[in-house]
Design a protein around this ligand. Structure first.
Ligand code: NAD
Ligand code: UDP
Length: 314
């Protein structure tokens, strides 16, 4: 296997840090670029002594140049709380960031894998969501900075292919969880585990009947690497996520049970435009790259709970 020079934007974040580790483990040279908005050097601390690893502090909204063979574009806050705290910056990260990455990829003839999201389906009217579904997105709501930014980035990836024949791929990631999630980033799995471990009330938004499907990080990384290996001319988009869905109420109960917690479930207002259901149809991923998640929700949650026990103050 030939070793590549690889740029991972958002490499100090939750998913990016796992990607850095996995690609280094395969013998590649990895440049991790991040502005540390939601990520942290701590996530990649164990990699710093590896001579094939380089950490660069940079914002992807600024033009850049790296002589690389492959680019994984993951820079962007993913938690609703984080991406809404500076919505204009979130849009710039998606759109200007994508333009900068795609321009650079054309210049150095790199292959690009762009991290898109199930959010491009909005509050979906088709269930489960197939890649051919165009979505049901509010263009002016509080989630739009992320949803529309990611939709625009997908358009850019395809236009760079159509205009410049850029070798690129898009994945649409559904809710993923695991070690290296930030304990305070506001996402449901990290919130519930931290609350349960501290014996605090578990904050279920709305009546908890909304559904999500949760994919463990190791499964997602397998899928990402397999999509990157597909032949030139296969662009996707490819849904990557766990097709088993669960209500948020059931998730809260499961986490209380797995942590042996005394926490009580309480209801809080449902955030604006919170999707009622979200579940990937992964037929394309199964057929094209032979991928499906293998780690059960209970097993993945146990690993994530062990991680949070080590990193949070109880
Ligand atoms: P994360 O917030 O942990 O990681 C994002 C990383 O990008 C952080 O390290 C952050 O500091 C960095 N970043 C943000 N803006 C930047 C900028 N302008 N310049 C440089 N770096 C910047 O989130 P994550 O869960 O690891 O998500 C990574 C990618 O995957 C994102 O593009 C996200 O949209 C996508 N995604 C994630 C999920 C999920 O469930 N985790 C679901 C769908 C899509
Ligand atoms: N959620 C919740 N309590 C929390 C955090 C989130 O009930 O403390 C709900 C949220 O309203 C949504 C679901 O859990 O219905 C998933 O939220 P998350 O922010 O993790 O991801 P997304 O909404 O982007 O799928």
């Amino acid at each position: 296997m030939s070793n590549n020079r690889i740029l991972i934007t958002g490499g100090a974040g939750f998913i990016g840090s796992h990607l850095c580790k996995r690609l280094l483990g395969k013998g590649h040279e990895v440049i991790c670029l991040d502005n540390y908005f939601t990520g942290s050097k701590v996530n990649v601390e164990a990699l710093l002594s590896n001579p094939r690893f380089t950490l660069v502090q940079q914002d992807i909204t600024m033009p850049m140049h790296f002589e690389v063979d492959e680019i994984y574009n993951f820079a962007c806050p993913a938690s609703p709380m984080q991406y809404q705290c500076n919505p204009i910056k979130t849009m710039k990260t998606s759109v200007l960031g994508a333009i900068n990455i795609l321009e650079m990829a054309c210049n150095v003839e790199a292959r690009v894998l762009h991290a898109s999201t199930s959010e491009i389906y909005g509050d979906p009217l088709v269930h489960p969501q197939t890649e051919s579904y165009w979505g049901n997105v509010n263009p002016i709501g509080v989630r739009s900075c992320y949803d529309e930014g990611k939709r625009c980035a997908e358009t850019l990836v395809f236009d760079y292919f159509r205009c410049y024949n850029l070798d690129s791929k898009i994945i649409r990631i559904f809710n993923t969880y695991g070690p290296h999630m930030h304990p305070q980033d506001g996402r449901v799995v990290s919130n519930f585990i931290v609350q349960a471990l501290r014996g605090e009330d578990i904050t279920v938004y709305g009546d908890g009947t909304q559904t999500r499907s949760f994919c463990y990080i190791d499964d997602l990384i397998d899928g990402i690497l397999n999509v990157m290996k597909t032949e030139k001319g296969f662009w996707g988009p490819v849904n990557l996520g766990n097709p088993e869905s669960i209500t948020i109420f059931e998730l809260a109960e499961k986490i209380v049970e797995l942590t042996n917690s005394t926490s009580k479930l309480i209801c809080k207002p449902l955030p604006q435009d919170d999707p009622k259901q979200r579940c990937p149809d992964i037929t394309l991923a199964k057929d094209k790259i032979g991928w499906q998640p293998r780690i059960s929700l209970d097993e993945g949650l146990r690993q994530t709970i062990d991680y949070f026990k080590k990193v949070i103050r109880l």
